[in-house]
Design a protein around this ligand. Structure first.
Ligand SMILES: [Fe+2]
Length: 320
């Protein structure tokens, strides 16, 4: 696990929580809440009371086909409990038969405990996706499609943090971008991201970015550009989990690629033989979704609620 900056002090947290100076009744209530937290999140005992104002987000790398949906269904409830997750985001662009997404597969993913689904270049592979684009507020497509494209590239979601019932719901923004290097050319994600992040920050400092791109350089560059402005930039699309998780100096957590969620005894989730044959013969092949060694891959990011800075980032790769 990569750790970020030191956590804020107790008194300043009390000031922010209650909006006034830390009077004895305020401190008493704060301590009461801390005890409540202790009883529900024992694993954080060593850090209390400095970790109480954090939000934990699990990001799940590209879900591939039925095996991917199955492992999400099996593991997300366990991971929610184990990490004390507040929000789960998943890239679902390959969740329907390995290409695209439908309302039915999206519903399966939501029912498993995923709050928000992002997408990418396989957005249009299933024609039913238009239903999601038009009606599903929990579904995002890359922001940088041309103006007039249905759907939304970012959204603000409100979650109620059960740790502190006294608080207003917490706003978290999720932004979906797509790269242009070795990919279909869309609008410039760098220019659009700057403007969109500025707009989102008027509502919340907790901003999570799924950068769906092929080129490592494009992912790192956009994350460096947004360092200090967003909480995390996690890459998707290549289906290979990278080991470069880190927190940049401005407080943005970064991982070049989250990996993929599905069968790993494969070539990026597909049966091995047809892919090899395609490379050998240059002839079209049918690429079925593979079956074996099913993993859920992604990362858990812990974010300071007040400043939106990342505190820790930890990769996840779990077998079904
Ligand atoms: Fe993709």
């Amino acid at each position: 696990m990569v750790r970020g900056r030191p956590r804020p002090r107790v008194l300043s947290q009390i000031r922010r929580l209650y909006g006034d100076e830390p009077s004895p009744p305020r401190i008493a209530h704060f301590l009461e809440c801390t005890v409540h937290l202790l009883s529900t999140r024992r694993s954080t005992f060593g850090y209390l009371p400095f970790t109480i104002e954090s939000v934990k987000i699990l990001f799940i790398g590209d879900i591939v086909g039925e095996p991917g949906r199955r492992v999400v269904k099996k593991l997300v409830p366990q991971l929610r409990q184990r990490f004390g997750l507040d929000l789960v985001i998943a890239n679902g662009e390959n969740s329907a038969g390995g290409s695209g997404i439908t309302p039915k597969t999206a519903e399966e993913i939501f029912s498993a405990g995923v709050d928000i689904i992002t997408s990418g270049d396989h957005l249009w592979d299933q024609k039913e996706v238009t239903v999601l684009l038009e009606d599903e507020k929990r579904f995002l497509r890359p922001l940088n499609y041309p103006p007039g494209t249905p759907g939304q590239g970012s959204a603000i979601f409100e979650i109620r943090n059960p740790k502190f019932e006294i608080r207003d719901p917490l706003s978290i923004a999720v932004l979906n971008l797509q790269g242009r290097t070795f990919m279909p050319v869309l609008e410039n994600p760098f220019l659009l991201a700057q403007a969109e992040v500025e707009r989102l920050r008027q509502t919340t400092k907790i901003i999570f970015v799924d950068m769906h791109a092929e080129a490592t350089s494009e992912k790192i560059a956009i994350a460096r550009m947004l360092d200090g402005q967003v909480s995390a930039v996690i890459g998707t699309h290549t289906h290979v989990q990278t080991a470069d998780e880190q927190i940049f100096p401005g407080g943005t957590a970064y991982l070049t690629d989250a990996g993929f969620t599905g069968p790993h005894e494969s070539v990026l989730g597909r049966e091995i033989e047809p892919v090899v044959k395609r490379f050998l013969t240059n002839q079209p092949q049918r690429f079925e979704v593979a079956k074996e060694r099913v993993l859920l891959q992604g990362a858990v990011v812990e974010i300071d609620e007040a400043g939106g800075k990342a505190m820790t980032i930890q990769r996840v790769s779990e077998a079904i």
